[in-house]
Design a protein around this ligand. Structure first.
Ligand SMILES: [Fe+2]
Length: 185
């Protein structure tokens, strides 16, 4: 299915580009957390788990078949490598930018333009990013005390990206997918 309106298509490409850029940034920060002896924090950084849940990026790619070619990217995070507690400030800022500004604006634009698939994509992304921001805040508290996070495993919904620690819910609260479909990592 293609996207009809140029602005929604541009926002889908922008989101895809921004998420891809964040993915690379998080991979580096996860390696740094590993080196600091914080493997659980490294595991909680979404770059690694998104590799396992590539499905989340599929709706964004749909926009590549849409009209228009332009793509502008904004990132709330900083670039570069510091220690984990500091890197997490960048991660939190990046997620907050997505939650407070980027996805709500993209969602409203898609709604205004009657782009139902894009609305769904932006809604899923917004809900997942809220959770990421929460994980990062917890991780930062721990990293400041030179402690690692404590969870047995993380579970991610392969459809919408909903992420929980320790146990998957019976049904995804965002998209309704069954517990058995969650990917453990
Ligand atoms: Fe879901």
């Amino acid at each position: 299915m293609s996207v009809k309106n140029a602005m929604t298509a541009e926002f889908l490409r922008s989101a895809y580009g921004g998420e891809s850029m964040a993915h690379m940034r998080y991979l580096g920060w996860a390696d740094k957390a590993d080196k600091e002896g914080l493997p659980k924090i490294a595991q909680a950084v979404p770059g690694r788990r998104l590799r396992r849940a590539g499905a989340r990026h599929k709706p964004f790619r749909r926009a590549e078949r849409g009209r228009g070619r332009r793509m502008s990217l904004t990132a709330g995070a900083f670039f570069g490598m510091k220690d984990t507690a500091e890197n997490l400030i960048g991660a939190i800022a990046g997620e907050e930018h997505e939650v407070d500004q980027m996805y709500p604006v993209y969602y409203e634009t898609a709604k205004f333009q009657g782009e139902k698939d894009a609305m769904r994509t932006f809604h899923f992304a917004l809900e997942a990013e809220k959770l990421h921001a929460g994980f990062f805040r917890q991780a930062r508290e721990k990293a400041l005390g030179k402690k690692d996070m404590e969870f047995e495993a993380m579970y991610i919904c392969p459809v919408c990206g909903h992420t929980v620690a320790d146990e998957a819910p019976d049904k995804c609260p965002v998209c309704g997918v069954a517990k058995e479909k969650y990917v453990r990592f």
